[in-house]
Write a protein that binds this ligand. Structure first.
Ligand code: PLP
Length: 384
């Protein structure tokens, strides 16, 4: 079994990083549940010494996802936040970072409450407006940390244009690609230096694992990330690595259905009585629909809609039957949530207001069920 260099995306998802197990021929990479490896003699081993440092299941996943994201290497961590923490170790005291203002709440909390204690400073701007990004750059800016689309207001950043601005200013570009998935966009092809994922979401896709991964292109970044993975030790476990590796095999298939279902629900919600706004990049009414068509392949499985009042938002969330009221996203089952009181509760109200995250906003992570069943569920939940 040999992956041709011309292999296309879904073939890469199924095969990259995986060879049949040499000792048995097992087609699926085994879960190497071991803490250490026996050495042949002093100074001679098979490339594996201790499982924090090297694990074959984790290594297979890292190769797989590096290929999926068009990177030169990847390192997997215990959670998406641990992966973002590893990226942060590339910074030094005095460095400045420009961040998409509507970044994931946990990322904001980490930058604001933890990293700011270590001589690092952060400026949050609406990176969908390139002039604001340009204006936020300083001589000491070392990173531009982007999310597109943002959660949950679905604002887009022109990644290639933002990368140009960052690179001109001597900063690295990091894209958290969790929300879109590499099926929908591959930021490295647009100039990103590092891509990060919470594998908890679309890459695993089955709501049964928490993990994170950083994908890089430059040798110095990759060497540092490998060093940090071993030094800090926030590694992804062999079982979680195996689960995500199983998940990525069907990534292209799942995302194709997420894209179809996302569009179907967005189109259904437009014009429903009581729905004042639908936020989905696939809708021609989305303020950045042209950019979405240029930058994204399919518009993803995430959408938000406004029902006018907090009371109505609460009613919709409580009334759905097929959809589950839960945080997280990217699984095969549809989840609904109220961002202001759930996923974004740690974001101060004035910041929520500034980014357009109202108390009447409802977010859906659309799964891969039959879209008509999801529409029927929403229809009954929206009835007055
Ligand atoms: C965009 C984004 N980045 C990072 C994270 C953090 O990932 P984890 O929960 O795996 O630590 C999340 C979690 O929801 C997220 O949505």
């Amino acid at each position: 079994m040999k992956l041709p260099p011309t292999a296309r995306f879904s073939t890469v998802c199924v095969h990259a990083g995986q060879d049949p197990d040499p000792s048995t021929g097992a087609i699926i990479t085994p879960i190497f549940q071991t803490s250490t490896y026996v050495q042949d003699e002093l100074g001679h081993h098979k490339g594996y010494e201790y499982a924090r440092t090297q694990n074959p299941t984790r290594a297979a996943l890292e190769k797989n996802i590096a290929a999926i994201e068009a990177g030169n290497g990847a390192y997997a961590f215990a959670s998406g936040m641990a992966a973002i923490g590893a990226i942060a170790t590339l910074l030094r005291p005095g460095d400045h970072v420009v961040v998409t203002d509507n970044t994931y709440g946990g990322t904001f909390r980490f930058f604001d409450k933890v990293l700011s204690k270590y001589g690092l400073s952060f400026t949050y701007v609406d990176t969908s407006q390139l002039d604001l990004l340009r204006g936020a750059m300083r001589p000491e800016t070392r990173m531009v940390f982007l999310e597109s689309p943002t959660n949950p207001v679905m604002r887009l950043t022109d990644i290639a244009a933002a990368a140009d601005i960052a690179h001109t200013g001597g900063a690295k570009v990091i894209v958290d690609n969790t929300f879109a998935s590499p099926v929908v966009q591959r930021p490295i092809e647009m100039g990103a230096d590092l891509v990060v994922h919470s594998t908890t979401k679309y890459l695993n896709g089955h709501s049964d694992s928490v993990g994170g991964i950083v994908i890089g292109v430059h040798d110095d970044d990759l060497e540092w990330l490998k060093f940090i993975q071993n030094t800090e030790g926030a590694i992804l476990s062999p079982f979680d690595s195996w689960l995500v590796l199983r998940g990525t095999k069907t990534l292209a298939l799942r995302m194709a259905q997420h894209n179809i279902n996302g569009m179907a629900l967005a189109e259904f919600l437009v014009g429903q009585p009581g729905v004042t706004q639908v936020l989905y990049p696939g809708l021609p009414t989305h303020p950045q629909h042209d950019l979405a068509r240029r930058q994204m392949r399919g518009f993803g499985g995430m959408l938000s809609f406004d029902v006018g009042t907090f009371e109505k938002a609460r009613r919709v969330c409580n009334r759905v039957k097929l959809m589950a009221l839960a945080e997280s996203l990217g699984g095969v089952e549809t989840l609904i949530c109220h961002p202001a009181s759930m996923t974004h509760a740690s974001v101060p109200p004035e910041r929520r207001q500034a980014i357009g995250l109202t108390d009447s906003l409802v977010r859906i992570s659309v799964g891969v069920e039959d879209p008509q069943d999801l529409i029927d569920d929403l229809k009954q939940a929206l009835l007055d």
